[in-house]
Design a protein around this ligand. Structure first.
Ligand SMILES: Nc1ncnc2c1ncn2[C@@H]1O[C@H](COP(=O)(O)OP(=O)(O)OP(=O)(O)O)[C@@H](O)[C@H]1O
Length: 580
């Protein structure tokens, strides 16, 4: 029923209409047999028949009134099923799009820590598997309703034909349903485990794609990875789904078999105990045969709905793992500040629970630190000392477990965090380059020229151009990609820049340009600039040097400025001031 709840939540009107259409078409379908039976039974009265024969387009039509009713019902069924199919397809597409949008939104609103914990593979699997499975369930629903209506109406008609046979068939259907549900339960159980295994398979596949170079260069590693990880998950999913599907097929066929046994039992055994007239027996068997179609439909649709329910459960769990971290709708208005202060701030990975919640998970703090506008602060320290973690707390991407963050005198809360984030631009080591310029039309027209100047300044003008919001290519060297990221970052004038080892893969010339030209330039525009660096040669260019050791601030220094900064321009000799 989770699937039905989801549909009524996302598309209440369409779900309602689709169910009503299913119900009405079920009722109409169930009218066909009584109409035909009535037509046949009236044929026995030949006088009445002769009087009712009408000539239509050269054909003799007996029982004219019933014929009109029959064709009206048939045309209504065709009309309703066409309408229902259109509504259903549109509803399915609506729900699919809503579910996908909900997933995008959840990822956007959740904390980085939660998104990391859930992982790319689970999110992709939700999009690739759960959403289509739920849509399959949505499409099965009206068919299920209409077939249930046919079954109930036909059972009603059977009770009118013969009460004893009705009781017999009802009891058989009830017993059959219980056994069917028990067998289906086992099928669902395997599908549930298979669904969890699919997440692991997706993770393994992503690893195989990301690590294709490493695996290609080592047959030994590839064999181990393929046999022990990728194929292990692949075969597990396959085997679990096979078991699940087998139980579902058994349940379906058991249902069908039960039904045929019932018809046979009535036709060959019960007839000997009850005295039916020939026409009664024909009517009963016709009703039973007619019932077999809808019952078989219900039996095949129920597993589809059960699997859709498993996916709804999975999606709900995913959504619960991605709670919204703030209720602040970021405003476009930039909040200006002169100083960002961390007071007694602590952050610990996996602090909110989860499988990896071990007491020895890494944490930083308690930390007291100020980052000031128009100041270049370097964060330095050994590998794994917590520099990037600290930078992510400063960027308001990681929420401190304790302590407070202030922008000037304003405390960061769930109400204002998104707005403060709008004034921060970062290039972390796992930065992402979008192939498009993410600006609206007005801003793009205004900034395009500046973008082109920046590309030239960074020596990229022969490599990348921008046309109609699109970069011509992102197939660049690592150093060039980072330069392109900086080109984009510099378009804006944010309150705070954070660069995490930006210069690590730059050639010596661009390293110098970064430390000696770019950082002072960004500072001169009034931004606070935070740089994580291992380039000790340039530490003297910082206004403030924060040394981090084992998640804590070991020292803060204010280096003497070198008297004469070596002024070096890019290959194209464009002055940094010229790019503004
Ligand atoms: N997503 C994560 N989940 C759990 N622990 C993490 C995560 N990212 C980093 N860590 C832990 O935090 C520690 C500090 O990592 P961090 O990236 O902050 O170090 P760093 O000082 O920037 O190192 P480097 O100079 O090598 O970039 C690491 O030792 C690692 O164990």
């Amino acid at each position: 029923m989770q699937a039905l709840n989801l549909f009524t939540r996302f598309a209440p009107n369409k779900t309602f209409v689709a169910l009503i259409l299913g119900l009405v078409s079920g009722l109409l379908y169930s009218m066909l047999i009584p109409i035909v039976m009535l037509a046949i039974s009236t044929q026995t009265n030949s006088d009445a028949m002769t009087s009712r024969i009408v000539d239509v387009l050269g054909f003799e039509v007996s029982n004219w009134t019933l014929a009109v009713v029959f064709f009206t019902v048939c045309s209504s069924i065709i009309l309703l099923s066409t309408l229902s199919e259109i509504i259903l397809t549109r509803m399915a597409l609506d729900i699919r799009s809503r579910l996908r949008r909900d997933i995008y939104q959840k990822v956007q609103d959740a904390s980085i820590g939660d998104v990391d914990k859930v992982g790319r593979s689970s999110l992709l699997q939700a999009l690739a598997t759960d959403v289509p499975t739920i849509i399959g369930g949505a499409q099965a629903l009206p068919g299920l309703v209409s077939n249930c209506v046919i079954v109930f109406a036909m059972l009603g008609y059977l009770s009118f034909l013969d009460l004893d046979i009705f009781y017999f068939v009802s009891k058989t259907v009830l017993c059959g349903s219980v056994i069917f549900l028990v067998i289906t339960y086992f099928g669902n159980h395997y599908y549930k485990i298979a669904r969890l295994a699919q997440d692991r398979l997706q993770a393994a596949f992503l690893a195989a794609v990301s690590g294709v170079k490493e695996l290609k260069l080592s047959r030994k590693k590839y064999t181990f990875f393929e046999q022990k990880i990728l194929l292990k998950e692949e075969l597990e999913v396959r085997d679990l789904q096979k078991k699940g599907r087998t139980f579902h097929i058994l349940a379906n066929n058991f249902g069908d078999a039960m039904f045929f046994v019932t018809i046979g039992f009535i036709s060959f055994i019960l007839v000997n105990y009850y005295h039916f007239s020939n026409s009664e027996l024909v009517a009963i068997v016709m009703v039973l045969l007619y019932l077999s179609g809808p019952i078989s439909m219900i039996l095949s649709l129920l597993p589809t709905l059960s699997i859709a329910n498993i996916s709804v459960d999975k999606l709900n769990t995913l959504f619960e793992s991605l709670p919204s971290e703030s209720y602040d709708e970021a405003s476009d208005k930039k909040l200006e500040w002169k100083s960002l202060q961390l007071r007694n701030v602590e952050y610990k990975y996996n602090a909110q629970g989860g499988d990896n919640n071990t007491s020895d998970s890494f944490g930083i703090g308690p930390i007291d630190l100020s980052i000031n506008a128009a100041e270049v602060t370097f964060i330095i320290g050994g590998n794994g000392s917590g520099k990037s973690t600290l930078a992510k707390v400063i960027a308001q991407l990681y929420k401190p477990c304790s302590g407070e963050v202030y922008f000037d005198n304003e405390l960061v809360t769930e109400k204002n965090i998104n707005t403060y984030r709008q004034g921060i631009v970062t290039i972390f080591s796992d930065y992402h380059l979008f192939p498009q310029v993410l600006m609206d039309h007005k801003e793009y027209d205004k900034e395009k020229h500046k973008l082109e100047k920046h590309l030239k300044y960074f020596g990229l003008e022969d490599k990348v151009s921008v046309d109609d919001y699109e970069f011509s290519t992102l197939d660049l060297s690592d150093g060039q990609r980072r330069r392109l990221a900086l080109v984009i970052a510099m378009i804006d004038v944010p309150q705070l820049y954070i660069f995490d080892e930006w210069a690590a893969d730059q050639d010596p010339e661009f390293k110098r340009v970064f430390y000696q030209d770019i950082l002072p330039y960004l500072r001169s525009r009034g931004s606070a600039v935070l740089v994580i660096s291992h380039d000790d040669r340039y530490f003297s260019h910082a206004d403030k040097l924060v040394y981090v050791e084992d998640g804590k601030i070991a020292s803060v220094e204010y280096p003497e400025k070198p008297e004469q900064l070596e002024k070096v321009n890019t290959k194209k000799n464009v002055d940094i001031e010229g790019i503004a």
